[in-house]
Design a protein around this ligand. Structure first.
Ligand SMILES: [Mn+2]
Length: 306
């Protein structure tokens, strides 16, 4: 990546994969919180592509363990194409969700781009949840609890084959950070697939610095780094504006260190910011925290360093 990344903002205003409505307003809340000027202050060349469009949220119960599968597929198809198009143009796609089911479209596009260009892929999944459910394991049917499993090949064909390659990614490409809420069946699948999880206990015991050194180990010049940032990664006191708050998450400073250490690698190639729910926020403070952290991800340092 060059020193002045060319960033494309892609809004995906939907909550079809979520259990609470409101993440569909996320893209606009991030814009209101001055995302574009914050990135420009870091030297980024930013284009706002506006919002993608897709089907409305029908708000129906699950069918075969999936809620709104057709709508989830439609949204992920447009996300996949939009993210892939930006990568092909040498730009860094910044997906503004929307709920986390959109990680399927986004990361399958990144994986496809990496296959086409011979790059390695590392996915950092910053989240309170492992998002490794399947239709038989899920307690809710909400697809935003399934994207990592889908990307690793567990799920309906319409989603697992989205990028034309099955599975889209291997579990060894993923590092999960901040995890503190995993359903019982989901936990078994996480272990069976050998997913590398740095949960909150690990962060408590080892510290964020060591955690990130481990999660970022062995990146090289041929590695594309994708960050999938679910805002519920953050402690609920810092970030109340999410649909599925879980207490006991990283503090503001820990999250900032996490972002700064990712920035230091110089490898960031694509980013999702998802699950921001303005309907549950307090005067847009969660959007403002998210924008602060995104700025850190693009090199803003709170430390007195040159
Ligand atoms: Mn998530």
């Amino acid at each position: 990546m060059s020193s002045a990344p060319r960033v494309s903002l892609i809004g995906a205003p939907t909550d079809v994969g979520a259990g609470v409505r409101g993440a569909s307003m996320g893209p606009e809340a991030l814009r209101v919180a001055q995302l574009q000027p914050a990135l420009e202050a870091q030297g980024c060349d930013v284009i706002d592509r506006g919002n993608l469009s897709g089907p409305p949220n029908p708000w129906q119960p699950p069918v075969n363990g999936y809620r709104h599968l057709d709508e989830v597929v439609a949204w992920n198809q447009v996300v996949h194409e939009a993210v892939h198009a930006e990568l092909q143009q040498g730009r860094l796609p910044l997906l503004l969700g929307g709920d986390h089911c959109l990680g399927i479209g986004s990361i399958s596009a990144v994986a496809r781009y990496c296959r086409e260009t011979g790059k390695k892929l590392r996915v950092l999944w910053l989240d309170a949840h492992a998002d490794f459910n399947t239709n038989t394991l899920t307690p809710t049917g909400n697809v935003h609890g399934m994207p990592v499993a889908v990307l690793c090949g567990h799920g309906p064909q319409a989603l697992t084959h989205l990028g034309g390659h099955h599975p889209a990614i291997k579990p060894q490409m993923v590092r999960q950070i901040g995890i503190r809420s995993v359903d019982a069946g989901e936990k078994r699948l996480v272990h069976a697939e050998n997913l590398e999880v740095f949960d909150m206990r690990y962060i408590d015991e080892m510290g964020m610095r060591h955690t990130m050194e481990m999660a970022l180990a062995l990146l090289d010049a041929q590695t594309h780094l994708h960050v999938s940032f679910d805002v519920d990664f953050l402690d609920a006191e810092v970030a109340p504006g999410v649909g599925t708050t879980v207490r006991g998450g990283p503090t503001y400073r820990e999250a900032q260190l996490c972002m700064e250490m990712i920035a230091d690698t110089g490898r960031l190639g694509s980013l999702d910011v998802v699950e921001l729910n303005p309907a549950l926020d307090v005067r847009n403070q969660t959007a403002e925290v998210a924008v602060d952290l995104i700025a850190s991800l693009f090199g803003k340092s709170t430390l007195m360093r040159r």
